[in-house]
Design a protein around this ligand. Structure first.
Ligand SMILES: [Zn+2]
Length: 390
């Protein structure tokens, strides 16, 4: 039989994670030291004023250090501001920009990182501009997409940036940006006949994919009597764990995954952890339920032939949320492409959990990324390129 209770996603976001947001020790100290009412109201007023003064001072002093060197973080996005010459050494300007999180500062930082050949940093900075809620304006997105396309090109992975370049060309209105985009050579949609069988340069073959084996998170043995054999995989569904999780440590991820298994087996009555793969914030891919067993993640018959992939984290901003990390997104893309090549699927076979039922999963900060990736996969015809693969 099947898992009788299907993945209902009634997970409480704070469960098991409440320790991640403890009361600040300083708050506790303050409360413990409260004296008689009138006294402590006055004390509070004084602390309030002192805190304000301190905050003001520290803001001023950090601004002062910029000003002393004639530096102001950019506030607008334009070709002149984003691509302009640096008044300082580029590396120093990048350092100053680490503290600024506005779109303009992030874009400038991405561009400088690209000039410094820190291409992965440039990709990450540009991704922070693009994959945010609410989404950036078309004007800003065009700049960020251009930087990504150029960074992929600098990594020798021009094909990976093809969608970014295309999208930037659609959106760009700034004449200087348009000129730069014209100079960025167009990448062919598909490798020529008889050429490489890789769908795109960033693709990783199944056998090359690094996957942390199941034993790495010390699972409970599955209750195989409560598992169904997997039919030939025909689709992939993306989830988030709905629990805030930021650690990049291997052990923390292993612990988190075994907690999810416990929740699925002990509280929901599943035969094993519901997902086939999990991806932690550092981008490590972990084996969950073995692929020979049908998953329990998309409700009832939706689980048939459906590979469940869960990104650790809570991508719903309102509920103690966070964004997926660029490493997580990259690993998700590599895993999905490898699975699609292995099982001859196309971009039509990539789903969000929310495609099957009314749920926020995988969260408003992840779902658009999955949708866009599915569009890219359809354009690249992954399965068509996989013919010689096995
Ligand atoms: Zn889900």
């Amino acid at each position: 039989m099947i898992d009788r209770r299907f993945d209902s996603k009634r997970r409480r976001p704070t469960r098991g994670t409440s320790s991640e947001t403890p009361t600040k020790p300083s708050d506790r100290g303050l409360r413990a030291s409260r004296g008689p009412q009138a006294l402590h109201r006055r004390a509070h007023a004084r602390i309030g004023v002192a805190a304000l003064l301190l905050a003001g001072l520290s803001a001023c002093s950090s601004l002062g250090s910029y000003k002393a060197r004639g530096y102001q973080p950019p506030t607008t996005v334009s070709a002149k501001v984003t691509f302009g010459a640096s008044a300082l050494a580029q590396a120093q300007e990048v350092d100053y920009l680490q503290a600024a999180n506005t779109e303009a500062a992030l874009l400038r930082r991405a561009w400088l990182q690209l000039q410094l050949h820190r291409t992965q940093d440039a990709l990450d900075s540009a991704a922070r501009v693009i994959f945010t809620t609410p989404p950036p304006s078309a004007h800003v997105e065009a700049f960020a997409r251009y930087v990504r396309a150029a960074a992929y090109r600098a990594q020798g992975l021009a094909e990976r940036g093809r969608f970014d370049a295309q999208r930037a060309r659609q959106l760009a209105v700034d004449p200087e940006l348009q000129r730069r985009l014209r100079q960025l050579p167009t990448v062919a949609a598909r490798p020529g006949a008889g050429g490489s069988n890789r769908a795109h340069a960033g693709a990783v073959a199944w056998s090359d994919l690094r996957i942390q084996r199941r034993g790495g998170w010390r699972p409970q043995p599955p209750n195989t009597g409560n598992l169904d054999p997997m039919q030939r995989p025909s689709r992939v569904t993306i989830h988030h764990s709905a629990m805030f999780f930021q650690s990049t440590a291997t052990r923390a991820a292993a612990t988190q995954i075994s907690q999810i298994q416990r929740e699925h087996m002990n509280n929901r009555g599943y035969g094993d952890i519901g997902y086939h793969f999990l991806i932690d914030p550092s981008g490590r891919i972990w084996e969950g339920r073995q692929l020979r067993w049908q998953g329990a993640h998309a409700s009832g018959r939706n689980n048939i032939g459906n590979i469940g992939v869960c990104l650790l984290g809570n991508f719903v901003r309102e509920r103690n949320g966070q964004g997926p990390t660029p490493n997580q997104i990259r690993s998700m893309e590599q895993l999905v492409v490898a699975l699609m090549q292995r099982y001859r699927m196309t971009g039509d076979a990539l789903f969000c959990h929310s495609d099957f039922k009314s749920t926020a999963c995988p969260g408003p900060r992840m779902a658009p990324i999955v949708k866009q990736f599915a569009r890219e996969l359809r354009a690249r015809r992954i399965a068509a390129a996989a013919e010689e693969d096995e």
